[in-house]
Write a protein that binds this ligand. Structure first.
Ligand code: 3EB
Length: 335
């Protein structure tokens, strides 16, 4: 892995404690299949999505230190020279309904960022218990979007940069709403997907307030660039494609990822992001019985050297069965 990368993200078989001990460059250690309420160090981020493949691994983020870690209101953070990771877990039994909990999480996140040297969120991960529970506009994902839109000022006339994001459902009995992010001193370069309507322009039928995220952001730092890819599903325009066909949904999601990387190349001119050993992918799967088919499909359609992890998670639209996100490195190319 190239040392020039500002964010060195990897999947590792070590225990959480081994990852954290004596490490001067560890920004975060993500542990899967565990409630975010169990965090025991500001850099330790448990995620309530079960890993479907083996062996069990942690995701580790490394970045140039010294790294300062601490607590700010209900947020825990870890701040390096160029990047900050922050995470919030709100116990829904205490904070009440999803809409107000989401608004509270984003209020805390924004107050934290305002006083941080790294004010710009590049990507935000949202892990939402029981995301598809409730019908129509009462669906918890729509309520989550409503609360987020109430906290985040986004004027469509004067569009500020939007972070990339992932929004995935954790088990309905998980007590905590979790939001974590990567932030820097400058905003990322926003990338939208020419094959998809921008999420903030989704029509009313998907909910009272549109999701607020860009399809990807490019982080430029230390002379290198990295692509932070939002949760990408089988959506063309604003519509779900390949309903009930999980392998085709995955292939369509991969076409969307490649379309984003091509669009990024068009914007950068001299670099192209590649699915290779300097990056990683995460595949979210609604029904564990689809895992083998998804794994075979991904293996046939992506380079073998890009690390990947499969997690059981619900997707924000009931008719979507799978979604992908990832972090990949950009390489110089002749334009
Ligand atoms: C989509 O394309 C799929 O609400 O933060 C992807 C990434 C999705 C982020 C979010 C939702 C979110 O609309 C869903």
């Amino acid at each position: 892995m190239s040392d020039r990368l500002a964010l060195r993200a990897s999947y590792e078989e070590q225990s959480v404690d081994d990852c954290l001990q004596g490490a001067e460059d560890v920004l975060a250690v993500f542990e899967f299949g565990r409630s975010p309420l169990d965090s025991r160090d500001p850099r330790h981020v448990p995620v309530a999505l079960a890993q479907l493949d083996s062996p069990p691994r942690c995701e580790v983020w490394r970045s140039d230190g010294p790294i300062k870690a601490g607590t700010w209101d209900r947020l825990r953070f870890s701040q390096g020279v160029g990047l900050t990771m922050g995470h919030i877990a709100l116990d829904l039994r205490e904070t009440g309904d999803m809409r107000s909990s989401s608004r509270l999480a984003y209020d805390i996140l924004q107050s934290y960022l305002q006083q941080s040297p790294h004010q710009w969120p590049l990507k935000i991960w949202n892990y939402i218990p029981g995301i598809n529970q409730g019908s129509g506009d009462e669906e918890l994902y729509r309520q989550f979007c409503l609360g987020r839109a109430e906290a985040v000022l986004f004027d469509t006339a004067d569009r500020p940069p939007l972070p990339a994001a992932t929004g995935i459902g954790t088990p309905p009995d998980e007590p905590a709403l979790q939001v974590y992010f990567l932030a820097a001193a400058l905003p990322g370069l926003d990338v939208e997907n020419p094959r998809q309507v921008s999420a903030w322009r989704y029509p009313r039928r998907y909910g009272p307030k549109s999701p607020l995220f860009s399809r990807a952001t490019i982080m430029r730092m230390n002379g290198g660039s990295q692509f932070l890819i939002s949760g990408t599903a089988s959506i063309l325009g604003h519509q779900t494609h390949h309903e009930n066909q999980v392998a085709n949904q995955l292939s369509e999601s991969l076409r969307n990822v490649h379309s984003l990387l091509d669009e990024g190349h068009r914007l950068m001119g001299d670099s192209h992001a590649r699915l290779d050993a300097d990056g990683l992918l995460k595949v979210y799967i609604r029904r564990p019985e689809d895992f083998e088919l998804i794994r075979r499909t991904l293996e046939a359609e992506t380079p073998p050297d890009i690390p990947r992890m499969y997690l059981k998670g619900d997707i924000c639209r009931e008719n979507l069965l799978t979604e992908i996100d990832g972090i990949v490195a950009c390489h110089r190319v002749v334009s």
